[in-house]
Design a protein around this ligand. Structure first.
Ligand code: BG6
Length: 481
């Protein structure tokens, strides 16, 4: 199957930091279909050779295990092309169409790796140039909108040019191997499904913690904040995967219909429940990995009086028969104690304990990063004397060890899926809008109240109020258990 993959924003950060290294991995693993061309388009004048040199130099900045040797790069570079385009000029789109038509590949994937405010204009130009025929797919990077109204407006324009089947909205968390394993865990194994409900599960915690700060992205981040940057998309997508009903098939729409139902079942926030159930925080100076780091307000391009949140913890519920009354806690933040993304499913304790208490009950930990695996926590007898407390032990499944050669990174997986036309791991417009609908009362309440922004020391696990939020239900975050 021949394909052309076009990156709008071909010299931007996303392209060289994430997309090119991911494509190179696919190429190195022999997964990139033969007969492909990769075209970068951007505003400045360059030859193909100059662009290849630009990417070669940028590769020195990516993780060394993902860096090509000179020989590998030369082979990969043969796929790379460059084209100057002024994105406001119809003639430039006509030129692009000609370039694509001249070869007539089976598929053209147009990846919008530009600033999202350009998406509507680019889509309209693509439509006017006839670059929306049925061999074309468009890939849209987040953030898709700033609120419900802007997300709807982007979707309206995208849908006026492309069908839903042609629109690939990226949430790179869905490409992470552990998230796909979550689907397998739930729907390819009968073991957990009977327990996957309110009768057996006490609460579920989703933590997306980063030890990094906002780095050089201060201006973007300050307009965005953790709720829009991580909760509206990544955390909610994980929640849907955990809470959804088994889909009737493994088709994209069967899966996305079920995910949408979860989003629609989330307990709506009111101004009052935002105050009670949502904690927002901002990091102050502190210590991370033994190094002192500045606070958010001292970061580059961040206004000294910013009230932007770099941390959010919240409590919600999925209001349906399976989950009624089970708290779902979501938490994300920059400059936390570690880079650690995981989902913890806490099971209920036994109804009638006959052993002396040994702390918490069973839990299943789905580890997304830095490791990718599963831990099942059990209580066991150490062989100690009768009457002694049991000890917690864990079954530890490390997917990197179980599948040492087949691991595929998130962007690699999503790019290959976009080329192959598989929509399962992409977000449908109604899911995305529903997620905005749900977070909007939080944004409104914060804007109206302006108060209660807590601070936390860099390197900690967030404001104390986040622990209190969970403790109120008699629970504790995983690291406090
Ligand atoms: C992005 C956010 O979507 O996800 C970033 O914009 C964040 O702020 C990143 O750092 C985290 O992704 P990952 O894959 O490193 O956990």
């Amino acid at each position: 199957m021949s394909f052309d993959l076009v990156f709008f924003g071909g010299t931007g950060d996303l392209t060289w930091r994430k997309l090119m290294p991911a494509l190179f991995q696919a190429f190195r693993h022999g997964k990139l279909p033969a007969g492909g061309r990769i075209l970068a388009v951007a505003r400045d004048e360059r030859t193909d050779e100059e662009y290849r040199q630009f990417i070669r130099e940028r590769f020195s900045e990516v993780d060394s295990s993902k860096r090509p040797s000179d020989e590998e790069f030369d082979q990969f570079a043969a796929l790379l092309h460059y084209r100057r385009m002024d994105l406001s000029q119809p003639t430039d789109y006509a030129g692009l169409k000609q370039w694509l038509d001249d070869r007539g590949a089976d598929t053209a994937v147009l990846y919008l790796a530009t600033s999202p405010h350009l998406f509507p204009a680019i889509c309209e130009q693509l439509g006017a140039a006839g670059l929306n025929h049925d061999k074309v797919r468009v890939v849209l990077e987040k953030p898709l909108g700033h609120d419900l109204a802007s997300a709807k407006e982007i979707n309206r324009v995208v849908r006026s040019v492309f069908t839903e089947q042609q629109a690939f909205r990226i949430d790179h968390y869905l490409g992470k191997p552990s998230v796909q394993n979550l689907m397998a865990l739930r729907f390819a194994n009968a073991l957990f499904e009977p327990l996957w409900r309110r009768e057996s599960i006490a609460n579920i915690q989703i933590t997306l913690a980063e030890s990094l700060g906002v780095g050089t992205r201060g201006d973007f981040y300050d307009r965005t904040g953790a709720l829009r940057d991580m909760i509206q998309n990544h955390a909610l997508q994980l929640l849907t995967m955990i809470a959804m009903e088994p889909p009737s098939t493994n088709d994209a729409d069967a899966i996305r219909d079920e995910k949408l139902k979860v989003l629609k079942s989330l307990k709506p926030f009111t101004a009052e429940s935002v105050t009670r159930d949502v904690v927002r925080g901002q990091y102050r100076a502190g210590n991370v990995d033994g190094k002192s780091v500045p606070g958010y307000l001292e970061e580059v391009k961040v206004p000294a009086d910013s009230r932007c949140e770099t941390f959010v913890a919240l409590r919600t519920e999925v209001q349906n028969w399976r989950w009624a009354g089970v708290p779902f806690y979501l938490r994300t933040g920059k400059r936390l104690g570690a880079r650690d993304a995981q989902i913890v499913v806490n099971f209920r304790p036994v109804p009638h304990p006959i052993f002396p208490s040994a702390g918490h009950a069973n839990k299943l930990v789905i580890k997304l990063q830095p490791e990718d695996g599963l831990e099942l926590h059990l209580l066991a007898a150490k062989g100690a004397g009768q009457g002694d407390a049991l000890s917690p032990v864990r079954l530890d499944l490390d997917f990197d060890k179980a599948f040492p050669t087949d691991r595929v990174g998130a962007y690699e997986r999503l790019l290959l899926d976009a080329i192959a036309g598989r929509l399962n791991l992409f977000v449908r417009s109604d899911e995305q809008e529903q997620a905005w609908r749900w977070v909007e009362p939080i944004l409104d309440a914060w804007e109206n109240s302006g108060s209660d922004l807590k601070t936390y020391a860099a390197g900690s696990w967030g404001p104390a109020a986040a622990s209190a939020l969970v403790a109120r239900d008699g629970n504790a975050w995983a690291e406090e258990q």
